[in-house]
Design a protein around this ligand. Structure first.
Ligand code: MN
Ligand code: MN
Ligand code: MN
Length: 302
C-alpha cells in the first residue's frame, strides 16, 4: 500500500447510502439518478443487512454512467454494543447469502417483538403498519414513522426516546451476528469490510481503539473517515485511527432520504494522508493483485 492518495481526490465517490431495500426513501434506481445529478460517478448501495437493491442500482448505473459497487451495511455485536460494518464489492457466496438471510430473520423477529410491546402499551397494529409489501424487513425507523403517523409521538427522536431506544418501553435487544463473523462473511464473498461511522458510537477513545484492534484482527481493512455528518475535527481523528491501525479510508454520505440535510456525494474531502479504500475496490473488481480468487464484478441479477 503506497502512502498518500493513489487517486487524486475522491470527489464523486460515495460508498455508503440506503434505498427502499432497507430504510431509505428512494428506490435504488431513483437513488442512482439523484446521485448522478449531484455529480456522483461511483457509489456503493449499502442497505442494512441486504443486497436486494443492488441489481436494480447496477442497471440504473449502467444507463446513467455511474459505477455501482455492490455493498451492504451489517449490524453486528461487539462487547454488547451494536457496531455497523459496511461491506464493499461482494459477489454471491453461500455463507454470505445465508448470513444475510439470518440477519433478515433477526430483523423480522425483532419487529414482531417490538410490535408486541407496543400492543401491550395500547398501540396495536404496528407490525402491519411497518411491514410494507413484506419484501424488506422493517427497521426501527419504520416503527418511528408509524408512531408519528399514529400521533403517538411528535417526531422520530421522541419515538426513539419513549419507545424504540435503549431506554424506551418497546426496546428489544437485537441478536445480530458478531463483529468477527460479520467481517468473515464479507471477506468470504470477496468483499472489503469497512468499520462504519466510528464516531457515531457512544464510547471513549480507548474503547474506540480497542474496537479498531478487534476489527483489524477480524479481517477488517478500512474505516469510514468521512460521512455526511463528519466534522473537520472528526476527519482529523478518523485519519488518526486509520494510520494507527493500518486501515484504508472510506467516505460515504449515509444518505437515507431527501430533506434530511444529507445528500449523495456531499462529503468533506478525504485527506491525502491515508489511502482511500476506493482504489482497493477497483483493483479487486478488476481481479487485480492482492485479492483472493473471485475478481467478481459484484452482485448481479441471478
Ligand atoms: Mn438506516
Ligand atoms: Mn449505520
Ligand atoms: Mn447507513
Amino acid at each position: 500500500m503506497s502512502p498518500g492518495n493513489p487517486e487524486p481526490g475522491t470527489a464523486g465517490t460515495d460508498l455508503h447510502m440506503h434505498s427502499t431495500a432497507s430504510d431509505g426513501a428512494l428506490p435504488p434506481a431513483e437513488l442512482v439518478h439523484r446521485a448522478a445529478a449531484l455529480g456522483v460517478s461511483r457509489l456503493a448501495l449499502t442497505d442494512h443487512d441486504t443486497t436486494a437493491g443492488v441489481a436494480e442500482a447496477v442497471r440504473a448505473g449502467e444507463a446513467a454512467g455511474v459505477e455501482v459497487v455492490a455493498g451492504v451495511e451489517l449490524s453486528t455485536l461487539w462487547c454488547g454494543r451494536e457496531i455497523h460494518v459496511v461491506g464493499l464489492g461482494m459477489a454471491h457466496h453461500p455463507v454470505f447469502d445465508q448470513g444475510l438471510a439470518y440477519q433478515q430473520q433477526q430483523r423480522w423477529q425483532r419487529a414482531e417483538a417490538i410490535a408486541d410491546r407496543l400492543h401491550k402499551r395500547g398501540l396495536p397494529g404496528a407490525l402491519q403498519g411497518v411491514a410494507g409489501d413484506g419484501e424488506r424487513a422493517p427497521g426501527r425507523s419504520h416503527f418511528a414513522d408509524w408512531l408519528v403517523a399514529q400521533g403517538a409521538v411528535r417526531d422520530r427522536p421522541q419515538a426513539f426516546k419513549r419507545y424504540l431506544g435503549r431506554q424506551g418501553s418497546a426496546w428489544v435487544r437485537p441478536a445480530w451476528v458478531s463483529l468477527d463473523t460479520g467481517v468473515r462473511w464479507i471477506r468470504l464473498a470477496g468483499g472489503i469490510a469497512v468499520l462504519a461511522h466510528p464516531f457515531a458510537y457512544r464510547m471513549t477513545g480507548a474503547w474506540r481503539r480497542r474496537l479498531c484492534t478487534a476489527f483489524v484482527e477480524a479481517g477488517g481493512e478500512a474505516v469510514e473517515v468521512v460521512t455526511g455528518r463528519t466534522t473537520p475535527v472528526q476527519v482529523r481523528d478518523g485519519i488518526g485511527l486509520a494510520l494507527r491501525h493500518g486501515l484504508l479510508a472510506s467516505a460515504g454520505s449515509d444518505f437515507h432520504a431527501p430533506g434530511t440535510g444529507l445528500e449523495p456525494g456531499r462529503l468533506l474531502p478525504l485527506p491525502d494522508a491515508v489511502a482511500p479504500v476506493s482504489q482497493l475496490v477497483r483493483d479487486h473488481r478488476d481481479g487485480g493483485p492482492g485479492r483472493a480468487a473471485s475478481g467478481a464484478p459484484g452482485i448481479r441479477p441471478r
